[in-house]
Design a protein around this ligand. Structure first.
Ligand code: ADP
Length: 154
């Protein structure tokens, strides 16, 4: 059976941190679905079409990567996609506390699922999408923090 992982997130926008986790996870899985969770109550900065396009651009030469969006619970989406794994990145102990409860609840809701955590490489620990949004809001240059192949003004 193919090993399929879902990497869920907002990717608002994709950062070098996300890119690194996805690339490092490639040897572990046959397919990774980078899935943008759509939540009508959550404010986003970039439109979903742009967020999906940028991820597709970054991984255009990688056949194992699929980009998608979903609404509702992540475990229901995993079931629908036949995914046995949820991929998440861990930066800090705060991430760990947050991820632990979600991971444990997801396991209750869908016992076949395993959440796989990859530790961030040290130089990417400080990076998150909200810092990038702040830089853009204030007219700064966020390009060092996003994958090289994307242009946030495109
Ligand atoms: P969410 O909306 O779930 O917080 P994000 O788009 O912020 O989603 O992140 C998706 C996943 O990527 C999460 O598992 C998060 O921990 C991970 N991630 C985000 N930034 C980094 C980074 N700099 N290094 C490693 N993992 C990261």
């Amino acid at each position: 059976m193919d090993k399929i992982a879902v990497f869920p997130g907002s990717f608002d926008p994709i950062t070098k941190g996300h890119e690194s986790i996805i690339k490092r996870a490639l040897p572990l899985f046959d397919k990774i679905i980078v899935a943008i969770g759509v939540n009508a109550e959550k404010q986003h900065f970039f439109p979903i079409q742009k967020r999906m396009k940028w991820i597709q651009q970054v991984f255009q030469d990688e056949p194992k990567i699929v980009v998608d969006k979903y609404s509702g619970m992540t475990v229901d989406y995993c079931r629908k996609m036949n995914a046995g794994f949820i991929l998440r990145g861990l930066r800090t102990s705060a991430d760990f506390e947050f991820e632990r409860s979600i991971g444990q609840i997801n396991k209750k809701l869908y016992p076949e699922i395993e959440t796989i955590f990859l530790l961030t490489t040290p130089e990417l620990t400080a990076l998150n999408s909200s810092i990038i949004r702040d830089i853009i809001r204030h007219g700064g240059d966020a390009s060092p923090f996003v994958p090289e192949s994307i242009d946030l003004f495109d």
